[in-house]
Design a protein around this ligand. Structure first.
Ligand SMILES: Nc1ncnc2c1ncn2[C@@H]1O[C@H](COP(=O)(O)OP(=O)(O)OP(=O)(O)O)[C@@H](O)[C@H]1O
Length: 366
């Protein structure tokens, strides 16, 4: 457990970076520090491993006031990952990862063996072990940074904007990897980011900081989106917070629309009006949608690929309201395809059905 008890940090020039922070971070949780630039996220994080000392108040790790613990001993139990990975440019990847265990007395051979295992663990090809950092992509370097931080098997991992320098696709890969890793490792992770979507995706708890280093809200992602504590938080989580919130709401209360799919052999007999669509199945699975133009094309000899429009995402029963809405909005007919866990079509869902559930939930919450 990490606790901040009335912690303030004022730099010598008079800037208050963190203002009377009270916060408890549970063991094994993933906590994100989020907020605009300069609101004290990094300063707060660095007070955990004594890279920065508070002006007043107490930071404790596992019940011990960190100001009483030798910084070297303290940092042995705290991994640290930064933007751009911060790797040693003249050391091979394997040695970048093995350095800390070797300093701690593990034999070089053992530490290198362990390092290879860690590279695999963070999703890297161990064949990269003998390269130098500059011979890796930004995303790969970032994975090495995570492997290096994990090498001493610390209970706590501090991550300061670790994924902000990589492109959005790689960033999503790294986020997914992080979720998988945390599922296996259950470290206590503190993660600084500017990006509320990243925080909502990764964290169990989010701390929203504002100017002057003031903590505005510390809550689960669901509560933060559903009940922002003040105007600053609601402004920060954004106007589309309602949409984000849908990913936490079950779609099991949706009343499905009837959907009567056909197979290719039924296309020619269809008599569709304007804006009318029918779902076509191939091998019992949703293939695409056909409208009057498609029926004409098919009757004229076009194949099924040329007669149908692609179907959009499917909503698997038991999924979230966001998945239901995505299915409805991505379907050319406006009717999202609902399937059971075996992939059999069980009905349709419209955006209005999703909004109906939200409206009912809103009324019952009043
Ligand atoms: N060594 C320092 N001396 C004086 N002021 C500092 C120092 N380090 C940080 N600050 C100031 O303290 C405030 C908080 O900085 P901090 O880096 O903790 O914010 P942050 O939320 O992590 O910002 P960013 O997202 O831009 O990294 C800022 O106003 C910053 O300019």
């Amino acid at each position: 457990m990490i606790t901040f008890d009335s912690v303030t940090k004022t730099y010598p020039d008079g800037t208050t970076a963190v203002d009377t922070l009270d916060l408890t971070i549970e063991e094994g949780s993933f906590t994100a520090f989020v907020g605009p630039s300069g609101c004290g996220k990094t300063t707060s994080m660095r007070m955990i491993n004594r890279m920065i000392e508070p002006t007043s108040g107490t930071v404790s790790v596992g019940g011990n006031d960190v100001s009483t613990v030798n910084p070297v001993t303290l940092r042995r139990g705290i991994g640290y990952v930064i933007q751009n990975a911060g790797l040693m440019p003249h050391q091979r990847i394997v040695d970048n990862v093995a350095t800390v265990p070797v300093l701690q007395g593990v034999s070089r051979k053992q530490a290198r063996n362990d390092a290879i295992g860690l590279l695999e663990r963070v999703g890297l090809d161990p064949g990269l072990a003998n390269r130098f950092p500059a011979q890796l992509s930004g995303g790969q370097q970032q994975r090495v940074g995570v492997a290096r931080a994990l090498a001493a098997d610390p209970a706590i991992l501090l991550m300061d904007e670790p994924f902000s320098a990589v492109d959005p696709v790689v960033r999503e890969d790294l986020q997914n990897e992080m979720l998988r890793l945390q599922g296996e490792l259950r470290k206590t992770i503190v993660f600084v980011t500017h990006d509320i979507d990243e925080a909502v995706k990764l964290a169990d708890r989010i701390a929203i900081f504002g100017s002057g280093g003031r903590l505005h809200q510390f809550d689960t992602p669901e509560r933060l989106l559903a009940a922002p504590a003040d105007d600053f938080v609601s402004g920060f989580v954004g106007r589309d917070r309602g949409y984000r919130l849908l990913q936490f709401s079950s779609g099991s209360d949706i009343v499905l629309d009837p959907l009567t799919p056909i197979t290719e052999s039924g296309i020619d007999a269809l008599d569709l009006g304007p804006d009318e669509w029918r779902l076509v199945l191939v091998d019992g699975r949703p293939f695409g949608w056909v409208d009057a133009d498609g029926v004409r094309a098919h009757a004229g000899g076009a194949g099924i690929y040329d007669s149908c429009s692609a179907g959009g995402s499917l909503f698997v029963e038991g999924g979230t309201l966001r998945q239901a809405l995505d299915a409805a909005l991505s379907s050319p007919s406006g009717l999202g395809v609902v399937v059971d866990s075996g992939g059999t079509v069980t009905g349709g869902v419209r955006a209005a059905d999703v909004l109906g559930v939200i409206e009912r939930e809103r009324k019952s919450a009043r």
